[in-house]
Design a protein around this ligand. Structure first.
Ligand SMILES: Cc1ncc(COP(=O)(O)O)c(C=O)c1O
Length: 467
């Protein structure tokens, strides 16, 4: 496709008109968002919109295009696999890419998380992990052990089960959820912790809350705790130091399984294959992963399950069948994409690279805190977020209706950067191939986007900044 040509422009209008037929995720029907940006092509850290404008892909799709756009190695691997074999039933037939990938995943996963259950993405990975936990307890003769603990602000997916254990209150208004056996604990958000409480005391509070909840519900009824190492779409919430390790200790004390949802944090975003062990010093019982596993070149998810749990099920010898799975579990083309993606991460030393540039990204992002509207700038590795407030002294939120993130995104797009707006926040999670020079570009554009937004708000009489 020719970039920036008139033909492409014409196609953009056509695409936008045809898009009226499409029902997008998280869309309010009847008030379709205008001015959506058609993405026509991608190259490295850049995407090109339908008018040929080049934009840095700040969110890397959905935290997921880790090795960047247009990687020939992945494209060729998918092509070759499609020519060789496009599909075989995962019920009956092992295929070479799916077994090779499973071997690779068991090598790079922590501890004894060596068994791989393939899914089609992150939601189905979380859903399958939860169903496995139910299955596991049924097989062990503890069918009443079903309650799941999760946290406010978490996001685990969009199937009934994965949405039920998600904690973003804004998403709960118009749909139904399982509530009888799901318990949401406090968000480990240090920025919004109670006034005057130190991070260490806040951590004690959160860990005690987990233990008290287990005791209140009854350890014999609580099956698992599910946690993102860093809450991603809740606003890149980094828990207090030692939080995960201490939560795992509590879970171990009461025979509660620990599911680490690494759909975002896996495959290099925090400089490691997985963040659980290397960054947070925990070996969970189950890891769910997706997104960066193929750098989004193909839909794929996986549940990595501890050998110990599988052994326990096997020992029961009662003929139990885990009746859960998908036509496209471990699709050969997706697995071929994942293998090529992993090779790139290895060959280009992208984990080392992410560990090198991550702290620089965080340092530059935090400089934005000097702007009067930026209440917090936070993150780890290549996950970053700025949270805007109207008054820094009181951390007062901007009215949701002002859609501050969207306003910043619009300015940033005009300057060559896509960001992911989340109400009063903007998320940046660039491809992990990003260089220091490109990080400078990202942060400089973001700064201008925020400044322009502050000027707009001031002009419109919405906020008055001391600036
Ligand atoms: C932590 C986490 N888990 C699960 C999911 C769901 O993944 P998917 O959208 O691939 O179904 C997401 C999606 O953003 C996520 O961030």
């Amino acid at each position: 496709m020719k970039k920036g040509s008139r033909d492409v422009k014409l196609r953009t209008q056509e695409i936008l008109e045809m898009d009226q037929t499409v029902l997008h995720p998280w869309e309010g029907f009847g008030f379709k968002e205008e001015d959506q940006t058609v993405i026509a092509s991608g190259d490295g850290i850049y995407v090109f919109d339908g008018d040929g404008n080049r934009l840095i892909d700040g969110p890397s799709g959905m935290w997921s295009i880790n090795v960047g756009h247009g990687r020939r190695e992945i494209i060729d691997a998918m092509n070759d696999q499609a020519e060789q074999l496009c599909y075989a039933s995962p019920w009956a037939h092992p295929t070479e890419p799916s077994v090779r990938l499973a071997k690779k995943l068991s090598e790079i996963s922590p501890g004894d998380l060596n068994r791989v259950f393939y899914t089609t993405g992150g939601s189905t990975a979380v859903d399958s992990a939860l169903r496995f936990v139910m299955f596991y307890n049924n097989v062990r003769g503890q069918p009443e052990k079903k309650h799941i603990l999760s946290r406010q602000d978490s996001y685990h997916g969009s199937t009934y089960l994965s949405a039920s254990v998600s904690g973003k209150s804004r998403d709960k208004n118009w749909l139904d959820f399982e509530t009888s056996w799901v318990h949401l604990l406090s968000s480990p958000n240090c920025y919004r912790k109670p006034e005057g409480m130190s991070e260490a005391i806040f951590c004690d509070y959160l860990v005690n809350e987990l233990e008290e909840k287990i005791l209140k519900v009854g350890p014999e009824l609580v099956a698992a705790f599910i946690a993102e190492p860093i809450l991603a779409s809740g606003g890149v919430i980094v828990p207090p130091t030692d939080y995960h390790r201490r939560c795992l200790e509590v879970c171990r004390r009461y025979d509660v399984l620990y599911i680490s949802d690494e759909v975002v944090t896996g495959f290099g975003r925090l400089g490691h294959w997985f963040a659980s062990k290397e960054v947070f010093d925990i070996i969970p019982d189950i890891i769910t992963t997706a997104k960066g596993i193929t750098s989004s070149y193909a839909p794929l998810g996986a549940v990595l399950i501890s050998e110990k749990l599988i052994d326990e099920v096997e020992k029961c010898e009662n003929g139990a069948i885990f009746a859960n799975g998908f036509t496209y579990s471990g699709h050969p083309i997706a697995c071929a994409a994942a293998l090529a993606n992993i090779n790139i991460i290895n060959d280009d030393k992208l984990l080392e690279h992410a560990r090198d540039v991550g702290p620089y990204f965080q340092k530059r992002l935090r400089e934005l805190k000097e702007l009067p509207m930026v209440g917090d700038a936070r993150g780890v590795g290549l996950m970053g977020c700025i949270e805007c407030v109207i008054n820094k002294e009181t951390d007062q939120l901007l009215e949701v209706d002002y859609d501050i993130g969207k306003r910043i995104d619009t300015h940033c797009q005009s300057l060559g950067l896509l960001v992911r707006p989340l109400v009063n926040m903007c998320v940046i999670s660039p491809p992990i191939i990003i260089t220091r020079g490109d990080i400078d570009k990202v942060v400089n554009i973001l700064r201008t986007g925020i400044e322009r937004t502050m000027a707009d708000l001031q002009r419109e009489g919405i906020a008055l900044f001391n600036w």
